[in-house]
Design a protein around this ligand. Structure first.
Ligand code: HEC
Length: 218
């Protein structure tokens, strides 16, 4: 028994360390809800308007976003697709990789799977953790990503609204990026409820069958 507990703890340890995004005190819980379509739509809008300029999401197609988030194709094309005119295309940034590397020191990485790599909490915390730092090339630094090469691209947005509203917007953006990293997740969770419902219903005949079998034994 003791061995089993030790084993379980050992298996669990690296996972929790990873999911927590390290021990950084600035990493806070991301208040996201994948069932909130309005939040996901807002997040998609913030993403294409502010992030796709430098980052790609090369494993995601506009069309899938439009279908999953219930954004009509024409509205999607007119308002959220800037880098192409085909809704079936993947979300590729228009910035040339080598130029970006020259400008920022590091090429902006693809963000399709970012939420899965870093975790939602880290991502949300990163987005709300830029601070002024004159010693850095862009005059900003980040509490959860020390000496980051990314400028604070949402500074105007942050300065234009209350902290609460900005955090809500960043939660929407995080929500969208969590969806993007695993588009099937909401569907899987829904399926999970059906499966559990099915098992509960199955329990009734199983219980009755069990009684039937044991009826004559006593
Ligand atoms: C002006 C170009 C530019 C824009 C616009 C931009 N980024 Fe970045 N971003 C970068 C660069 C460059 C890096 C690499 C920084 C480094 O490694 O030091 C980066 C890094 C990141 C990282 C960390 C990646 C990792 O795990 O190492 C995240 C997350 C991120 N960006 C998210 C975003 C989001 C979300 C947006 C939109 C709100 C955005 N970025 C807009 C240039 C940009």
């Amino acid at each position: 028994m003791k061995k089993l507990i030790v084993l379980l703890v050992a298996i669990g340890l690296p996972v929790s360390g990873y999911a927590g995004g390290g021990s950084n005190e600035h990493v806070v819980h991301a208040p996201i809800n994948m069932d909130d379509k309005a939040s996901l739509q807002k997040g998609a809008q913030i993403f294409v308007n502010n992030c796709l300029g430098c980052h790609s999401a090369q494993y995601m197609r506009y069309e899938r976003v439009s279908d999953d988030l219930e954004i009509p194709a024409d509205i999607m094309l007119d308002n959220l697709v800037f880098t192409t005119d085909k809704i079936g295309d993947v979300m590729i940034s228009s910035i040339p990789k080598d130029l970006a590397k020259k400008w920022f020191g590091t090429a902006p990485p693809d963000l399709t799977l970012e939420a899965r790599i870093r975790g939602a909490d880290w991502l949300y915390s990163y987005l709300i953790s830029f601070y002024e730092d004159e010693s850095r090339p862009w005059g900003v630094n980040n509490h959860v990503f020390k000496d980051v090469g990314m400028p604070h691209v949402l500074q105007n947005m942050q300065d234009s609204m209350s902290e609460k509203d900005f955090n809500t917007n960043m939660a929407d953006l995080t929500n969208y990026m969590v969806y993007m990293a695993e588009p099937i997740r909401a569907e899987r969770e829904r399926l999970g409820y059906w499966v559990i419902g099915f098992l509960i219903i199955l329990l009734i005949p199983v219980y009755m069958l069990n009684r039937e079998y044991w009826k004559d034994v006593h």
